[in-house]
Design a protein around this ligand. Structure first.
Ligand code: IMP
Length: 200
């Protein structure tokens, strides 16, 4: 079975990767950071999703000697000039939580009308191989930031990220629905199209 180190301890991300692989019939053992013995802090200080994804995958690939994948993702809101972007996880500062990040986002957008609340989730997956080769797979998903939280599934900004095509927020979708149109689902789709890079 394909063994892949996944450079995250975020259970939501890991389960989205697992369910996408399962939906595509790919048998792979995904090993989170905590099961590798890696304890260093990874400083994600790049100013792009690609840069941060590379930092994480490279660190785990070098430490384990195994293929490593990482996902760097975030929410880009047009009315905020692309913020919070690469700072999505820590948007509301030290000790940020999903709830405090959403509160800050809604506060920043309080005077922005619904017609100008377009946003996209971006996900960049980086795959690093022990031979030093790396590839990047980018997925994006368009939506609108709504004023009130809807749904209690999923994580992060999901409750306020509304997809007009589905008439649902990401938090109101089943995991199959979210995977079919999410930034991560789309990036994983591209990863699966490049599965030879992981197996050759
Ligand atoms: P990362 O772990 O540095 O990639 O942080 C990404 C941050 O972006 C997360 O902590 C969330 O706040 C947000 N984010 C990324 N993907 C999603 C998603 O699928 N739904 C909701 N929020 C997300």
């Amino acid at each position: 079975m394909l063994k892949i180190v996944i450079a995250t301890n975020n259970n939501h991300k890991i389960s989205e990767f697992r369910s996408c692989f399962e939906q595509k019939g790919i048998e792979a053992e995904l090993i989170p950071i905590k099961d590798t013995g890696f304890t260093d802090e990874i400083i994600e200080n790049a100013d792009s999703f690609e840069g941060n994804a590379y930092i994480k995958a490279k660190a785990l690939c070098e430490f384990t000697g195994n293929i490593a994948i990482s996902d760097d993702s975030g929410l880009c809101v047009d009315a905020l000039g692309g913020a919070p972007g690469v700072y999505s996880a820590r948007y509301s500062g030290e000790g940020a939580t999903d709830d405090s990040n959403i509160d800050k986002l809604l506060c920043e957008l309080s005077s922005v009308p619904p017609s100008e609340r377009s946003a996209r989730f971006v996900c960049v997956i980086c795959v690093c191989r022990p031979d030093g080769e790396a590839i990047y797979l980018r997925g994006e998903s368009e939506g609108i930031i709504i004023d009130e939280r809807r749904g209690d599934g999923r994580f992060g900004y999901d409750p306020v990220f509304y997809c007009p095509d589905m008439n649902k927020t990401f938090a109101e979708m089943t995991s199959e629905e979210k995977n079919s149109l999410s930034h991560r689902g789309r990036a994983i789709e591209k990863l699966i199209s490049n599965i030879d890079f992981l197996t050759e």
